[in-house]
Design a protein around this ligand. Structure first.
Ligand SMILES: NC(=O)c1ccc[n+]([C@@H]2O[C@H](COP(=O)([O-])OP(=O)(O)OC[C@H]3O[C@@H](n4cnc5c(N)ncnc54)[C@H](O)[C@@H]3O)[C@@H](O)[C@H]2O)c1
Length: 259
């Protein structure tokens, strides 16, 4: 039987690929046999070398930079891509909408929302038919935490654009999906506070590791998900399922729902 998760002979482009989730995805893709280019605003030449990938510089908030990075990376990898991962993002959250500064609104929207939009706009020209585009949204697209309004809105935009692009690219058999991670231990994740929240709010009682995420991207890049498109996959340890027993106990003193 063919290996459903093999990426042998495939080429992949990953934004935000020098750190956190993006780096773990790059390593997993290389392990599955893909030729990988990581693209980042931070110089990742050494990291790329370490994991056996190519590096190109990109600022995803700049449309021409995104197009150019795709072109350069395709040249380095020897041809068009089978998988494009639009993962670069920032985690800045504000206070409330009323108090959020314009600079934060512009930064987060330009990187997290427009950055994915530019990727969806330009990646198809550098992709083979039958390929896969995977964006990184967030649990925050579905779970509203006070103060995270601009971030959440951008991540919900990613889920919306995922459905739209799936419709538009279906004729070329290019699938478009997104991953919605819960709190994940990375530079962007919220450290000890994130861990505390996950202990109470997730069914699994812990924060995610980058390795918890990487396999989901491999699945979405591989033939194992050949009939899946336009989907937003929640990888949140069960946060979205509802209040845990631990939370109920904290609020009512009883771990069961009040009868
Ligand atoms: N860590 C979490 O808890 C969590 C939860 C849900 C979603 N996410 C999302 O996962 C994605 C990856 O984040 P991470 O947790 O691995 O964080 P990270 O900070 O480790 O990685 C983000 C990467 O994006 C790059 N980047 C930032 N701005 C860029 C720009 N303008 N152009 C190009 N690259 C840029 C950074 O240099 C970095 O390498 C982000 O989209 C983030 O919103 C993270």
């Amino acid at each position: 039987m063919t290996d459903l998760f093999s990426l042998a002979g495939k080429r992949a482009f990953i934004t935000g690929g020098t750190s956190g989730i993006g780096r773990a995805v790059a390593e997993a893709f290389v392990a599955q046999g893909a030729t990988v280019a990581v693209a980042d605003i931070t110089d990742g030449t050494a990291i790329a070398k370490e994991i056996g990938a190519h590096f190109v510089s990109v600022d995803v908030s700049n449309e021409e930079s995104v197009r150019k990075a795709l072109q350069q990376a395709a040249e380095l990898c020897g041809g068009n891509f089978d998988t494009v991962v639009l993962n670069a993002g920032v985690g800045d959250v504000g206070p409330t909408f009323e108090k959020t500064k314009q600079a934060l609104i512009e930064k987060v929207t330009k990187i997290n929302h427009w950055g994915v939009l530019y990727g969806l706009k330009h990646a198809p020209a550098y992709m083979n038919d039958g390929g896969s585009i995977i964006s990184t949204s967030s649990m925050a697209a579905f779970i509203n935490l006070p103060g995270a309004g601009v971030y959440s809105a951008g991540k919900r935009a990613v889920t919306s654009m995922t459905e739209m692009a799936a419709l538009e690219l279906g004729a070329r058999s290019i699938r478009v999906n997104c991953v919605c991670p819960g709190y994940t231990a990375t530079a962007l994740g919220s450290g000890e506070e994130g861990q505390k929240l996950c202990e109470a709010f997730t069914a699994l009682g812990r924060v995610a590791t980058v390795d918890d995420m990487a396999g989901v991207y491999v699945f979405l890049a591989s033939v194992a998900s050949a009939y899946m498109t336009g989907q937003s996959l929640k990888v949140d340890g069960g946060w979205g399922c509802g209040p845990t027993e631990k939370l109920l106990e904290l609020v009512t003193g009883d771990s069961a729902a009040p009868g």
